[in-house]
Write a protein that binds this ligand. Structure first.
Ligand code: FAD
Length: 374
């Protein structure tokens, strides 16, 4: 194209959080680029609107760079991006564009008004202010450099932050039950591979909830092998002896209660029934008639319920993607392609993914910010 025919200096493909941030930066008075943002949908940032259950958990207030990058697969790659435009800067950025933020449990940052639409509206106003042209319902089919494909290596994309389907049919009876403080151990051939603590939620097919989502991509990778089990410790803060003491006190205190009713004081009633089935103990047995060996079995299941993951749910259920453009081919200081001039990447498309709690959006803002410094 002849210079005088060129309408735009920069084309940004994809109007999600990363693309919007890149477009805002490139078009800012500081850089003054003429920017077109090309979006295949008829509106911008559909996922952003769904984020945080519609409240938009837009970042995580972990201001220690070394610590925040631990919240990601391949987090080292983000070190520079976060040192330039990390969570503190994103709080300031949103404040500047009229979105006040607050920090909740686990350092999750939300807009004060708990409204993802407010976040998107503020970004749209800013795009407009910076004269970014937005093309809607326009899908980019290919980007070709002088008759060639771009040639970047793609690390196989896999769903991440997705619920896990289990083989055990009994989980369906527990649908809707949420347990706040569970330790999850993932085992391969009986050996612990990694663990995570937090909330789990039973669904009609398996398990979900923040800590399950956080282990899902790692479980997905392990599932290529056989012999993977997940075990839950319902009382991670008590060791066997301490839990045994508590149970003994209950059994003594309520000698005429059934074991099911006693266990229902320890955990959800339906789960208590399932646990007793697993332990092969009659749920109507009276407390003072429970032999020592069965008491031991009850403790064992409370500390170690084993289930078998069948699969990780697909991209439609996943909150983000594991894999993407190989980091070896991107300059982490600029987000520029190392193999194609003037090509930049940002957001979920690159081979970095974070845990729940605002990590993924922060990564999009930071990498989008760097990509837009042109
Ligand atoms: C239900 C849900 C809840 C979530 N909650 C949170 C949360 O609370 N906190 C958090 O940090 N993260 C959350 N995430 C993850 C977060 O939303 C993503 O990490 C983030 O949206 C990724 O931003 P992105 O700009 O890289 O990509 P996307 O948001 O996927 O945006 C990409 C855009 O590009 C467009 N596009 C794609 N291909 C083309 C093409 N060929 N041509 C033109 N346009 C194209 C798409 O239509 C889309 O608009 C959640 C995700 C989901 C699904």
């Amino acid at each position: 194209m002849a210079k005088e025919d060129t309408k735009f200096d920069v084309a940004v493909i994809g109007g999600g959080p990363a693309g919007i941030m890149a477009a805002i930066q490139a078009a800012s008075p500081e850089h003054g680029r003429r920017v077109v943002l090309i979006e295949k949908n008829s509106s911008l940032a559909k996922k952003l609107l769904l984020s945080g259950g519609g409240r938009c958990n837009l970042s995580n207030a972990e201001f220690n760079l070394r610590k925040i990058i631990m919240g990601y697969n391949n987090g080292e790659f983000l070190f520079h991006a976060f040192s330039v435009f990390g969570p503190k800067k994103i709080i300031e950025f949103f404040e500047k564009i009229g979105v006040k933020t607050k920090t909740e449990k686990n350092k999750k940052i939300f807009p004060v008004n708990n409204n993802a639409e407010e976040v998107l509206e503020a970004l749209k106003i800013y795009l407009d202010k910076n004269n970014v042209t937005v093309l809607f319902s326009s899908e980019v089919k290919d980007v070709i450099k002088k008759g060639k494909k771009l040639g970047h290596t793609i690390i196989k994309p896999m769903p991440a932050l997705a619920p896990i389907k289990l083989k055990e049919k009994w989980v369906a009876n527990l649908q809707g039950i949420s347990l706040k403080d569970v330790k999850i151990n993932v085992l391969y051939n009986g050996k612990k591979q990694f663990s995570e603590s937090g909330e789990i939620i039973f669904t009609h097919f398996g398990i979900s909830g923040p800590s399950v989502l956080d282990i899902s991509s790692r479980v997905g990778k392990l599932l290529e092998k056989k012999g993977i089990k997940i075990s839950f410790d319902l009382f991670p803060n008590l060791n066997h002896e301490e839990l045994k003491k508590e149970l003994e006190e209950y059994l003594k205190g309520y000698p005429k209660k059934t074991i099911k009713n006693i266990l229902s004081d320890f955990t959800a009633e339906k789960l208590a029934e399932v646990l007793l089935d697993i332990a092969e103990i009659n749920k109507n047995k009276i407390a003072n008639s429970i032999p020592k060996i069965e008491r031991g079995t009850v403790i064992k299941v409370l500390k170690n319920i084993e289930v078998t993951p069948e699969t990780i749910l697909g991209f439609n259920e996943a909150k983000t993607t594991n894999g993407g453009i190989s980091l070896k081919e991107i300059d982490s200081k600029t987000m520029k392609s190392k193999i194609i001039d003037n090509l930049f990447f940002a957001g979920e498309i690159i081979d970095v993914d974070g845990k729940t709690g605002g990590f993924n959006l922060q990564m999009c803002w930071s990498t989008g910010y760097l990509a837009g410094q042109i």
